[in-house]
Design a protein around this ligand. Sequence first.
Ligand SMILES: [Zn+2]
Length: 384
Amino acid sequence: MISAKEDVHKMSKFSVLNVVKKGQLFENKTLLKATFEICAMKHNFHYEVIKTDRQLWYVRCEDNECNWCVRAECLQDSEYFIIKKYVGEHTCAPSNKTKPGRTASATASAKTIAWDAREYAVNAVRGIPERSYGKIPKYLHMLREANPGTHSSYEIDSKGRFRYLFIAFGQSLRGFNRVIRRVIVVDGTFLKNKYKGVLLVATAVDGNSNLYPLPIGVVDSENENSCEWFMRQLNIVIADDHHLAFILDRHGTIAKALETVYPTAKHGICIHHLLNNVVTYYHGKGLVGLVAKASKVYRIAEFEKIFANVCNISPAIGKYLRDAEVQKWARCQFSGYRYDIRTTNPAESINSALRSPREYPIIPLLDSIREMLTRWFYNRKKKI
Ligand SMILES: [Zn+2]
């Protein structure tokens, strides 16, 4: 199994152009087409369909001079398509593709949809209606075509500006519903482009302590409405249930949204964040260790002994911890199945795996996440 750390390392070397190979099989033509639609959107080019029928799918870069092409043929007596020829490198002039800072000429060009252009990030996260906008629904549509069982949702405001986006991959949901321990960690992180988007990530942990990614959302900012919207979308694919547990930070709008949308599921708070706060408020020695110990013990009697000690040393911290609701942070008091997932680390690891994609505009960001998941699932399957 790959650890999250190793994977972060590999991440940087990964490129989508290597994903498709000659000889690769696609279950059907829809899947094949969706894969290349997504590829074209992400890499900012267009292709022309030269021939398409039941036996053949042949496309070329829109630029006549360019070598990029794909030829796929249907396998006899099946729905499967196999790639017979694939030239993945473009020889068309890069100037045809929009680069940041080339806005003026870009608008004139036919290939204006600049996925890597800074202005696109403004459009996507903050929102100036532009024609590139129309690409998000199309991207989501392709994603659903290529990944059966995928749920996605996308909202714009009355002026057509980006508000919220949600994606839950079918593969990941099926796995979660079958075999994964029902503990979900939700955490938000700022997108690093200078526009105020927030990436919300839900994560589980599989039986081998590997991260198991669940749905993601992108919202214009982390507030009550956006968090509740995210939770409601999550609720469509993962139902509220008393066997389900969530681990969150102590405070924040996510916790509030959770109370509203998942009243039955058990809510835990991240012990790591709690201890950090104890350190911030109380500078005396030994207390943090005691709180950590109290959070870990399995027996209630033992917990009460340690906690009484904590309250003795600092009544203020005792009150703080009681206000944080003991059953949310102490293992022996937790009413649901929490296993040993005590922190929001899983979500943080996903965030760090996405360190560089977080600087991307929205479609490349989403697509990097999709690629990362594909790679994780593929690598893990190989090792089974
Ligand atoms: Zn080309």
